[in-house]
Design a protein around this ligand. Structure first.
Ligand code: SAH
Length: 371
């Protein structure tokens, strides 16, 4: 579907999609070239859609020959496309080692959002998420992350622009910190996609030390997958909470909101019938968020085979929303998109060669519920 050689065919070459502008400038300086070659190259790749070094006419002949011999511009390959009745598209994208991740494009009237994966599978074991059930294989490289935008935009064509990116696909982005930061900086670069920092959102289950580090190196909007307002329940639903409990998470959120481009944190809260959706839960949530500038996004639970939960009823979600609203918290209910092709939140599975052996543990337990 793309005009690129496959990654495995040229794996001994340096893939230039693995560099952000800073990295590329350092690469050129090391070979005795001027750092501005980096912006020239980024423009060719991302704005002119040129991957043949011979066509990069503002580079010297000798530099072109060097790049031809030692480098490649290789994006991952788009294998399968599914289009939902609401126009949402899901692509299976082939990464090296026989793994696939899923990337989703959500068209709206005034914007187009790409939901990007950061890892093959996920090492966290959130009990309501189907990606978690796949186990974990490895982190994606910078080229495999930026490559998702690259092949998606090529496939969509100039008429359908990707205006927003949410790091809400497979994986925990802050556990693949360096590559995710480089890829996000790259997508906001004026010489590539030039996305606004308000339109790039990293979503995390709450890797507290990485949230503080992110503040220093990358200016993007932050979403936090909260899902419970007390430690006891969050320990079960989002087990990483046992390591970074709510008090620490809220402090990190407060700090991030001070500097982040949006000055607030978006909290994601999946609505699980009879688990976290009572009026009391809503009140607890308003108390927890008192000291953090916040918006809340309620996500109706999306079922998947063998999932142990059900989605709260529409009335319950509306009542829950009212409590938050009355406490002055801006609350939205996430519209489920692309569910007829399993492209909705928590439904992305790809093809993961599990190295964590989680699927074996699950089989042994005879259940899909890990706590
Ligand atoms: N690991 C990151 C990125 C994943 S984002 C994170 O946890 O934030 C995907 C979002 O969808 C997260 O908020 C996740 O908690 C939520 N989610 C996972 N499974 C879901 C499901 N079955 N139904 C609805 N939302 C789900």
């Amino acid at each position: 579907m793309t005009n690129f050689v496959t990654a495995s065919a040229r794996s001994n070459l340096v893939n230039l999609l693995d560099f952000d502008r800073k990295g590329l400038a350092a690469f050129f300086v090391e070979m005795g070239e001027k750092p501005f070659r980096a912006t020239q190259l980024l423009k060719w790749i991302y704005q002119e859609d040129v991957t043949d070094f011979e066509q990069m006419t503002n580079l010297s002949k000798s530099l072109r020959a060097y790049l031809q011999e030692h480098c490649t511009i290789t994006a991952p390959e788009m294998l399968v496309e599914q289009v939902a009745s609401d126009g949402t598209r899901k692509w299976a994208i082939e990464m090296s080692g026989g793994n696939r991740v899923e990337t989703v494009f959500i068209p709206e009237e005034k914007r187009g959002t790409l939901c990007v994966s950061s890892q093959i599978g996920c090492a966290l074991a959130c009990t309501f998420c189907s990606t978690a059930k796949q186990g974990f294989n490895r982190n994606l490289s910078v080229s495999e992350i930026i490559g998702q935008l690259y092949v998606a935009q090529q496939r969509l064509g100039p008429e359908k622009r990707i205006t927003n990116v949410v790091m809400m696909g497979m994986g925990e982005p802050l556990l693949n910190f360096d590559n995710v930061v480089a890829a996000m900086n790259l997508m906001m670069d004026d010489f590539t996609f030039g996305l606004s920092k308000r339109r790039v959102t990293v979503s995390t289950s709450g890797i507290v030390p990485a949230m503080y580090r992110l503040n220093q190196v990358c200016d993007v909007s932050m979403a936090v997958s909260l899902h419970a307002a007390n430690d006891e329940l969050r320990n079960e639903l989002v087990p990483i909470n046992q390591k970074y409990p709510l008090s620490e998470l809220m402090s990190a959120c407060r700090e991030y909101a001070k500097q982040g481009p949006r000055k607030y944190i978006t909290f994601e809260y999946v609505m699980l019938d009879g688990i976290n959706d009572s009026i009391q839960d809503a009140r607890l949530l308003t108390r927890l968020l008192k000291k953090v500038p916040s918006k809340i996004n309620l996500i109706p639970f999306n079922p998947f085979p063998n999932s142990a939960y059900q989605c709260s009823s529409a009335e319950t979600i509306a009542r829950f929303k009212d409590v938050l609203h009355q406490a002055g918290i801006v609350t939205t209910i996430r519209k489920t998109r692309g569910d007829d092709i399993d492209a909705a939140c928590g439904q992305l599975v790809g093809k993961v060669k599990d190295k964590s052996r989680r699927h074996l543990k699950l089989q042994a337990m005879g259940s899909s519920h890990v706590g």
